[in-house]
Design a protein around this ligand. Structure first.
Ligand code: 5GP
Ligand code: ZN
Length: 142
């Protein structure tokens, strides 16, 4: 738990946030600069920088909390939403405490949250990627 981390302070109740869901492991609150109405951040109460750092029981608790929030969003706001986790500064992560963005979508909102810049997968690219990932898998011993 870090005092310099805004989400740790929110989890401890030291900083104001509009909390929409909370349990022993997870806290969910409204984003201070929402992309759309009802933009929610779902975070573990303990500080982890990225999903890959989390113990599996904490990750399971986060998934359960996320699911509870998603059901609330579907019932209360919209059945359409984007779920996004920015990981690493190069991917747009600004707050280095794991959080899942839930961005409700509304008809005609004109938002471009989806991944739009695409190219056609080639055989060469696929082999390159699979080789790197298989080497990484072998390196982790799993
Ligand atoms: P990231 O770019 O790290 O995935 O997203 C961080 C998110 O946290 C941003 O959407 C930003 O608006 C939100 N945020 C940053 N500081 C605070 C805060 O103190 N309180 C709340 N409620 N949201 C915050
Ligand atoms: Zn933190």
């Amino acid at each position: 738990m870090s005092s310099s981390c805004a989400f740790c302070r929110i989890a401890r109740g030291e900083e104001k946030a509009y909390v929409v869901y909370e349990d022993e492991h997870v806290i969910a609150f409204l984003d201070i600069n929402p992309i759309s109405e009802g933009h929610i951040l779902v975070a573990p109460k303990r500080h982890y920088e990225r999903l890959s750092c989390m113990p599996s029981d904490e990750l399971e608790a986060l998934a359960r909390g996320l699911q509870r929030v998603l059901v609330m969003v579907e019932r209360g706001l919209s059945r359409d939403y984007n779920v996004v986790v920015n990981t690493g500064r190069g991917a747009g992560q600004v707050v280095m405490h794991v959080h899942v963005h839930v961005v409700p979508r509304y008809p005609g909102d004109g938002l471009r949250v989806t991944m739009t810049q695409r190219h056609r997968l080639t055989e060469e690219e696929a082999v390159r990627v699979l080789t790197k990932l298989n080497e990484a898998k072998a390196g982790t011993g799993s």
